[in-house]
Design a protein around this ligand. Sequence first.
Ligand SMILES: *Cc1c(COP(=O)(O)O)cnc(C)c1O
Length: 400
Amino acid sequence: MIDRSHAEALDAADPLARFRDRFVIADRDRIYLDGNSLGRLSTDVRDAIAVVVGHWGERVVEGWHDWIELPRGVGDRLASVALGARPGEVLIADSVTVNLHKLAHAAADHRPGPIVTDAANFPTDRYVLEGVARQLGRQYIEADSVEAAIDAARDGVLCLSHVDYRSAELRDMRAIIGSTDALVIWDLSHSVGAVEIDLSAVDLAVGCTYKYLNAGPGAPAFLYVRRELQSSMRSPIQGWFGQRDQFLMGPGYEAADGIERFGAGTPSVVGLAAIDAAIGLLEEAGFAAIAAKGRSLTELAIGLADAWLAPIGFSVGSPRDPSRRGSHVALRHVEAWPIARALIERAAVVPDFRPPDILRLGFAPLYTRHVDVWDALHRLRRIVARGEHRAVAAGARRVT
Ligand SMILES: *Cc1c(COP(=O)(O)O)cnc(C)c1O
């Protein structure tokens, strides 16, 4: 039996414990386990947003003299702190959806074969890839597994998630890239800010900043293009933010040198300020410590799930090897949806539900404690053991 004092001892020894106080935690009883969907607000980010809004008020359009450099500058900072990439390889822009569209389109110019992903990949990724394939008259393949996707990709374009958004499976990017002739685009949305990332072997990647990076709802995404590939890749969106000498307002489009060619329209300056502050917090904490804590939190959750939840119908849907796992845990149960609602409504625990049967618990390392894991699973066990999930109204919802 894993005692609560075990969780307390892990917290007492946690080198990141002090970071919890840097976040706005309004309801102390509520256990927030959805930081992999929307990260919490840190005071650093809140203050940075106030500062940039102040600049807008004071400087109005003059502010652009500084803001114009942010997509590249904040991208460089993200590259060095969180991605293991070089300066000039990362741009903050648009959403993951739009960035994937841009990179998939550009990648298809480099490879004649099919456009491929696995059927379990995140919906927007599948929709975008299918659309790009249709626009370009390419075959689109949605394979049954990552292994089958790698086989099917041959000389085409392959898009995979680094960490699977449902199972939390963490893929070995270097090994997969080494095993295929396809050009691989990695979606880092569920890994960035949670695990150590090294893009030195990677050609193309996209990712999101509002999950484990905590930059806020709708904060812009990022894209990465290996330096050596940039001059031969073209964005399908010929926007003025990707134009060489943008303010010459010239007659025709000519792609900027370098990563800036993947810009499109005016970036969100407020979002960029938030991302910059969010990166600062991660930099202070350090990625070795962040990733180690993620493994420790998920390890505790899996241990408790085996002890308490397996007897009441749950199974663990995430890899048991901590080195093969991101910072969330999938618990499978046939009644996962009403259980998720009951946790939120009756137990002040916030997980999320992913069809068909997954209760997803995200353990953001900077602000989640081991006692939160223990308490959340304890409440979960009680709810299900008492059948309380059968008493909630678990109708359809737009956001799950
Ligand atoms: C969250 C997430 C996205 C989000 O895409 P947006 O365009 O920013 O809404 C895309 N892909 C994956 C794998 C994600 O986890």
